[in-house]
Design a protein around this ligand. Structure first.
Ligand SMILES: [Zn+2]
Length: 295
């Protein structure tokens, strides 16, 4: 196996050694500054909110953060946004359109909330070119299974647009978190492209079952095995075997910049699972590139 990188600066050499054109990280956040400030305030109080410290490792201005992800090798940069209240998603979608228009390598993203207006602003965002969406169930405090979202799901399914969905009950459980509501949506919209954030932490097995069952359900690695919540050695052998079999369904995710450790920990943690260079190639590039439509 190719020796994993030890620092962020070693990541590009590692990616080259694997023969990859770059990293296809599907879970990166760029947000309007006032929203990002609120997110960072929340993490500053992580000891109260999550029960542990969460020092943001990449607390820099937008241009600096863009240069960092470019240097790491992220070829197409997601700018995932998400609302915590109604009436906010349409505005975030406008910001996403402007941010993508201003940067050639930023992916035009979109988001949605369980509200009647999603029936209009989701098709509008798709028509404007949005090609990657984010939904955060715990922060939004709504169910993805809420019928008010059906027109939006229908549009996203027809457009085959991937949705990174944080639906697992960690780091915080919510009234609507967990796999069942996502399973219910997939029963109605079986061709939806869901990318389950954080591998579905902590409901790993149930979300892995969805990825095994549905052609277009993927798992993103965000924070998994990075050593913060769990290290590679803590991954149960049975689940590790499922991950090996799910080689085509696992996509690199990082949560940059809102992570309490250097980016390299995500890469080295995944390599530490010991699933081999081919598995790493699929996860770091091939699967994400396919879902994001990268050449
Ligand atoms: Zn995230």
């Amino acid at each position: 196996m190719t020796p994993p990188p030890r620092t962020d600066a070693e990541v590009p050499d590692y990616v080259r050694a694997l023969g990859l054109p770059g990293l296809a990280d599907i879970h990166v956040h760029f947000l309007p500054q006032n929203v990002l400030d609120k997110v960072w305030d929340y993490f500053d109080n992580a000891a109260d909110n999550y029960g542990r410290d969460w020092p943001i490792a990449y607390r820099f201005n937008t241009d600096t953060r863009l240069s960092i992800v470019r240097e790491l090798g992220i070829r197409a940069i997601p700018a995932l946004t998400y609302p915590h209240k109604p009436g906010m998603a349409a505005w975030l979608n406008e910001w996403n359109a402007e941010f993508a228009a201003a940067h050639d390598d930023v992916i035009h993203c979109g988001t949605l909330y369980a509200e009647p207006e999603s029936a209009d602003y989701v098709p509008a965002a798709l028509a404007a070119g949005a090609r990657l969406f984010k939904m955060h169930v715990q922060v939004g405090v709504f169910s993805p299974d809420d019928p008010v979202l059906d027109p939006a799901w229908d549009a996203l399914e027809k457009a085959q647009a991937p949705i990174v969905i944080h639906a697992g009950s960690a780091p915080l459980p919510g009234k609507y978190t967990g796999p069942q509501a996502v399973a219910n949506v997939l029963e109605r919209f079986p061709q939806l492209t869901f990318v389950i954030a954080h591998m579905g932490m902590p409901e790993y097995d149930e979300f892995a079952t969805l990825a095994e069952t549905y052609d277009n359900v993927y798992l993103d690695t965000t924070m998994f095995a990075s050593g913060y919540f769990s290290s590679p050695a803590e991954v149960a052998p049975a689940y590790r075997e499922r991950l090996a079999a799910l080689e085509g369904k696992i996509i690199l995710g990082s949560d940059f910049p809102n992570i309490p450790y250097p980016y390299v920990d995500q890469i080295s943690g995944l390599a530490g699972l010991g699933l081999g260079d081919d598995w790493m190639r699929s996860v770091l590039w091939t699967n994400g590139a396919k879902v994001l439509g990268l050449g």
